[in-house]
Design a protein around this ligand. Structure first.
Ligand SMILES: Nc1ncnc2c1ncn2[C@@H]1O[C@H](COP(=O)(O)OP(=O)(O)OP(=O)(O)O)[C@@H](O)[C@H]1O
Ligand SMILES: [Mg+2]
Length: 401
């Protein structure tokens, strides 16, 4: 199953473009589901189905055209059951203890139920191979990043904390609570974490494999929107996601001759050219401003036909992952594409076998492969939009002082 993730700044046309992509793919014979991951759903409205998804059918795919289904994700009951225990306990833990700082920060970004629900669906549909293409209409950039950072966070939590906690508690439960004064989670909590982790197992790899999942950033040709798109591009890279197209929506059509739009036309031309320069070699696709809002099947079909003439929307237009490790003579190099980062923006740290890269408000644990055990990062640089970190054997580093 191919997964296309659409995101961008609020109001740029994400839902419209995601819906038009779905309709195009369905018309070309692929079984397609467009799923709204944004809690403020507007997918049904774009298909002009006012209210028809909001009653009992909420949360299940609804057929809207041949080969095409749409779904507005609800917080599933399942998640309600598992998640209340888990997030409840984490909240208590945070409130009562002076948890080690890094840990506290990790736990604080622990995601919400909506994101977990959406991922459960993604993983389920992928395992069942239920569709040829799954299109995710995501929330504006910030929240989408929370969504995509969930699997590694959960994974980290399971590997680094959960196991230790669980075995420790088996032994220590009788005395630990009295001694530490920290409330301990009930055994049910561990079962819930485990059940959830099993259901989500594999979703991280699925989302980070550019042959399966790519991100499409929707934007407009104006300064503020484009700046956010650049940041989004960088952050998705940081999380290991591959952006394989940027869609510039609402370009003024050439036929519009009113001098009122002269400045707008110049601004758009300037920032379209800038976008092409910035994102190269990622393809830029353009969509003109239509003469009216884009609502219903025929509007969407027309938009899709224009956008994808000569393009297969399901293809992966970039298949190189944003980071990789390479073996060199005597050392290893980690390369991470961070196209718009400056050296001052990037912070590095190593903890529990991970390289932790912090960029602005975002942070990602990049697992250091086992083959590099005994190696430590010795040098790092940010140059030409690329972070490289050199890993050397610990003793060589010591010899050189
Ligand atoms: N190319 C276009 N021409 C004309 N109208 C458009 C175009 N693209 C989008 N619109 C209109 O702009 C409005 C917002 O579009 P849409 O809901 O797709 O944005 P969004 O990015 O999903 O918003 P949100 O951030 O709220 O999810 C809608 O009324 C839509 O019909
Ligand atoms: Mg939307």
């Amino acid at each position: 199953m191919r997964i296309l993730l659409y995101t961008g700044k609020g109001g740029v046309g994400k839902t419209t473009v995601a819906a038009a992509t779905g309709l195009t793919l369905a018309a070309r014979g692929l079984k397609t589901l467009v799923m709204s991951v944004d809690a403020a759903h507007s997918l049904a409205d774009v298909f002009d189905l006012d209210g028809r998804l909001t009653d009992k059918r909420c949360g299940v795919p609804v057929a809207v055209a041949p080969n095409l289904w749409i779904q507005e994700v609800d917080v599933t009951e399942e998640i309600g059951r598992h998640w209340k225990d888990i997030s409840g306990y984490i909240a208590t833990l945070l409130a009562v203890t002076g948890v080690e700082e890094v840990l506290a920060e990790e736990l604080a970004i622990f995601p919400g139920m909506e994101e977990v629900s959406a991922l459960l669906y993604v993983n389920r549909y992928a395992r069942e191979n239920a569709y040829d293409v799954l299109i995710l209409d995501c929330a504006p950039t910030g929240e989408s990043l929370r969504f995509v950072s969930l699997p590694p966070t959960l994974d980290w939590y399971m590997k680094k904390l959960f196991r230790i906690e669980r075995s420790f508690l088996k032994v220590a439960r009788p005395v630990a609570e009295k001694v530490t004064g920290v409330p301990l989670p009930p055994e049910r909590y561990f079962d819930n974490v485990q059940a959830l982790a099993d259901k989500l197992d594999g979703v991280d790899a699925l989302l980070k494999d550019p042959k399966t999942t790519t991100v499409r950033l929707v934007t407009n040709a104006e300064k503020i929107v484009l700046r956010e798109t650049q940041r989004a591009f960088m952050y998705f890279g940081l999380y290991g996601f591959t952006v394989d197209a940027v869609i510039v929506n609402r370009l003024l059509p050439g036929a519009l001759e009113d001098p009122f739009f002269d400045k707008w036309r110049k601004t758009q031309a300037h920032f379209l050219a800038e976008a092409k320069r910035y994102f190269d070699p990622v393809p830029i696709w353009t969509v003109p401003l239509k003469d009216d809002q884009v609502v219903g099947l025929s509007d969407l079909a027309r938009l899709g036909d224009g956008l994808f003439s000569g393009i297969d929307p399901a293809a992966s237009f970039r298949t190189t992952a944003p980071y990789s490790y390479q073996k060199k003579a005597g050392h290893y190099l980690l390369t991470l594409e961070l196209p718009f980062a400056e050296r001052e923006d990037v912070e590095l740290a190593v903890a529990s076998g991970d390289l932790i890269v912090t960029l602005g408000n975002f942070r990602h644990h990049i697992p250091i492969p086992r083959t590099l055990s005994g190696h430590a990062p010795t040098k790092a640089k940010v140059e030409a939009g690329r972070l490289t970190v050199r890993f050397e054997r610990a003793h060589e580093e010591a010899e050189r002082g």
